[in-house]
Design a protein around this ligand. Structure first.
Ligand code: GDP
Length: 379
């Protein structure tokens, strides 16, 4: 192999000379034939071992509930390549009429609260009830750790083996916005494939809960007793996003502490604005390990679905979410284009300096940058 051949075929858009200068020969394409990682269209595309599916193949396979095609379609949706994006949008457009039939449930909680154990218990319960369950994750840190790829089989062993359940780890999107877009579209693909409960898991570390709240119908917050909230006075924030709070690990010696925490949350919730107007967020108890309280929690989700469905709120929230999603994407696109614009990039350091030194008012600085951007985009 000559030196020339060992140069990478693509580099990230912002990749400078510090980016990798050589590559090792590896397998062609990603694990199901499409590279989900490429930030750019490759100049020379690697020869795929598997035939690339056409739009019709993707659509037919997903609608037939074929798991292999479903996996490949999600990989397509998750791809950062512009060509894949165009293909994915054609596929999505044809799937849209078969989406929206599921109930989308977000589940959050701090690491160690028992999310994986709970999803395993709830997922198995739902399968027993005749549902088909998809488990998706929104973990903005996974692009760094990539931990969840292997982890899910260990985290949810029985669910991962069950044909009626489809588990997809968090996409590696770089930004939370990127991960969120891919997860939203993955929800739609899973719905078209016939999954009627979509569980979206996220770690309780801040912004990602707000993102998941904006893509689900019902949001469940898992808590454990003794984590500090009850003593410090209960923090608002995430509590105000929740349609139910469940204190997990209500078993063994921990049961009475869990019951005390539950009562405390119940009192606190009366003082908080409800996440869904007209719905009093309940505080519940469960043990994911002993599988108690799981059916009760699902009953709450069903009641919520019934009541918000009857009042029109369920449908209205979905419309609002779709509209918000569109505006989020517009904002992201504009922001990316602004910061990648050559004129803006060249002018920014000096303007920033003038602002921080107090020589230029912020409003004037912004106006100047936007003028530069507008001029460079209309040229
Ligand atoms: P995650 O980080 O939120 O996904 O939490 P895990 O599901 O990995 O659980 C963290 C630890 O808590 C594991 O050791 C679980 O076995 C344990 N755990 C989870 N649920 C329960 C429960 O209901 N009762 C008890 N006693 N332990 C639990």
């Amino acid at each position: 192999m000559t030196d020339d051949k060992r140069k990478p075929e693509w580099v990230p858009e912002n990749g400078g000379s510090e980016y990798a200068s050589s590559v090792v020969r590896g397998v062609d394409g990603g694990h199901d034939g499409i590279s989900a990682e490429s930030g750019r269209e490759p100049v020379r595309r690697p020869v795929s071992r598997r035939r690339e599916l056409s739009v019709d193949d993707h659509v037919a396979g997903v609608l037939a509930g074929d798991r292999t095609t479903l996996g490949r379609t999600i990989t397509l949706v998750e791809s950062n390549s512009l060509r894949h994006e165009a293909l994915a949008q054609d596929v999505l457009r044809q799937l849209l009429h078969r989406t929206g039939q599921s109930i989308r449930v977000g589940i959050t909680g701090v690491p160690g609260a028992g999310k994986s154990t709970f999803i395993e218990a709830l997922g198995n319960y739902l399968i027993g009830q005749g549902y088909r369950v998809a488990v998706l994750a929104v973990d903005p840190t996974s692009s760094i750790t990539r931990g969840s790829v292997l982890g899910d089989k260990v985290r949810m062993p029985t669910l991962a083996r069950d044909e009626r359940c489809f588990i997809r780890p968090s996409p590696s999107g770089g930004t939370l916005g990127g991960v969120a877009r891919k997860t939203r579209e993955t929800i739609l693909v899973c719905e078209a494939a016939g999954y009627d409960v979509i569980l979206v898991e996220t770690v309780g570390v801040g912004q990602s809960e707000i993102t998941v709240r904006s893509m689900v119908d019902f949001f469940l917050l898992l808590k454990i007793a003794g984590a500090g909230d009850e003593l410090q006075g209960i923090k608002k924030g995430v509590m105000e996003l929740a349609d139910a709070v469940a204190v997990n690990k209500a078993d063994g010696a921990n049961r009475s502490a869990a019951e005390a925490a539950r009562a405390e949350y119940e009192r606190a919730l009366h003082y908080l604005a409800p996440a869904t107007p007209g719905w009093q967020t309940p505080a519940l108890l469960c043990s994911a390990l002993e599988k108690t309280g799981i059916a009760g929690i699902w009953e709450v989700v069903r009641t919520f679905r019934r009541e918000t469905g009857a009042s029109g709120l369920f449908h209205q929230r979905r419309l609002d979410q779709t509209r918000e999603w569109m505006h989020d994407m517009i904002r992201e696109h504009l922001q990316r284009r602004f910061y990648q614009d050559q004129t803006v990039r060249e002018a920014l350091p000096a303007i920033e300096q003038a602002v921080t030194r107090g020589n230029l008012p912020v409003t004037r600085a912004v106006r100047r940058l936007l003028d530069l951007f507008e001029k460079s985009t209309t040229e």
